[in-house]
Design a protein around this ligand. Structure first.
Ligand SMILES: NC(=O)c1ccc[n+]([C@@H]2O[C@H](COP(=O)([O-])OP(=O)(O)OC[C@H]3O[C@@H](n4cnc5c(N)ncnc54)[C@H](O)[C@@H]3O)[C@@H](O)[C@H]2O)c1
Length: 316
């Protein structure tokens, strides 16, 4: 955490007042607080509309991340496609711009505070505000059938490498923390409104059934320990932050996808599908409805909670 003076300087440099002003604001709450209920009538289309809003999607180049960027853009938001992969982030933003949407690709390493604050400053100077943050970037091991032949650790707990554990904590937890910390300041300053969506996983709710990585009677891989630990941590972060911002309209929720088909081997698809009620893996666009729900006023009475889109994987 930045020391108080540095932190206040950072807030001021963004033209946002001081951190102590924000905290003072929070401290004026009483336990008996009652928010005013404004009776504004909106159509259902208006509730899902993001016109004039600005969104950041970290990991915006990923299988789901790119879907989230397009979904928010189609709903009317200007979208910052934020990713370690600079070329791909630019390409996704260029494709969106070519299709008539407002988008900006920004190369960012979410584990680096300077990279994160430069990214947020760039979003504010380009689009002028910030309403939605989707924390989607994560290390999420893609299944590699040749892992053993390549000498890549297959994920067994007993000899799981410390450097891979640390790298995952760095991206999945610290990166999420850093980006969120940088984004709440403009949200508070522009009217204490915002929607933060943390992308979790069914493996953050339940332990992975490692039997699905057995092919023809032979173990091929394990889902590594860091994935469940960090995704459970992201869920805790979601609840902490939602509670912390009580009395504001900064809402913090989780979206929990189940397994998304990405050209997996047939044995894996069969094993995974058998564990879902719907009998199949998700298509990559099947999280978009839930994402838009959480990003928009359609979910205006929801905070500190979780939307699970897993084909029933966690229901039996
Ligand atoms: N795909 C699935 O089946 C699935 C299932 C459940 C949950 N999830 C979760 O959904 C989210 C999105 O999944 P996805 O399939 O798009 O993942 P993905 O692996 O395709 O993409 C992750 C993205 O994060 C980026 N990234 C990694 N480290 C970074 C860093 N330090 N700074 C900035 N960017 C960085 C990568 O470059 C990549 O583009 C993830 O949080 C993932 O854990 C995915």
């Amino acid at each position: 955490m930045l020391p108080g003076t540095a932190r206040q300087g950072k807030c001021r440099s963004l033209g946002l007042g001081t951190a102590s002003e924000y905290l003072g604001l929070l401290d004026q709450r009483s336990l008996a607080m009652t928010a005013e209920i404004e009776d504004v009538k909106m159509t259902i289309q208006e509730k899902f509309d993001l016109t004039n809003r600005v969104a950041i999607v970290t990991g915006g180049v990923g299988l789901l991340g790119a879907e989230f960027c397009r979904t928010l853009a189609e709903a009317g938001a200007a979208v910052a496609v934020v990713d370690l992969n600079a070329d791909a982030a630019k390409k996704i933003a260029d494709d969106l711009t070519r299709d008539g949407y407002r988008a900006l690709g920004i190369a960012t390493d979410i584990t680096q505070p300077d990279s994160v604050s430069t990214m947020v400053a760039s979003v504010l100077s380009t689009f002028g505000r910030l309403d939605v943050l989707v924390n989607s970037a994560a290390l999420d091991p893609k299944f590699d059938p040749d892992a053993a032949a390549k000498g890549i650790a297959p994920g067994a707990f007993e000899d799981y490498p410390l450097d891979q554990w640390n790298a995952a904590l760095d991206v999945n937890l610290t990166g999420t923390f850093l980006v969120t910390q940088a984004c709440v300041e403009p949200m508070l300053a522009q009217g204490k409104k915002g929607s933060i969506i943390n992308i979790c996983s069914t493996y953050g709710l339940n332990g992975p059934d490692q039997r699905i990585y057995i092919k023809d009677g032979k173990r091929v891989a394990f889902k590594p320990v860091y994935y469940t630990v960090t995704k459970a941590g992201v869920m805790g972060f979601t609840k902490y932050l939602a509670a912390y911002y009580a009395g504001t309209e900064i809402r913090v929720n989780a979206l929990t996808p189940g397994g998304v088909f990405n050209n997996h081997e047939e044995y894996f698809v069969t094993n995974y599908s058998a564990k879902t009620i719907l009998g199949r893996m998700a298509k990559k666009d099947e999280m978009n409805g839930a994402l838009l729900f959480l990003a928009s006023d359609a979910s205006s009475y929801m905070t500190g909670n979780n939307v699970v889109v897993d084909g029933g994987w966690t229901a039996w």
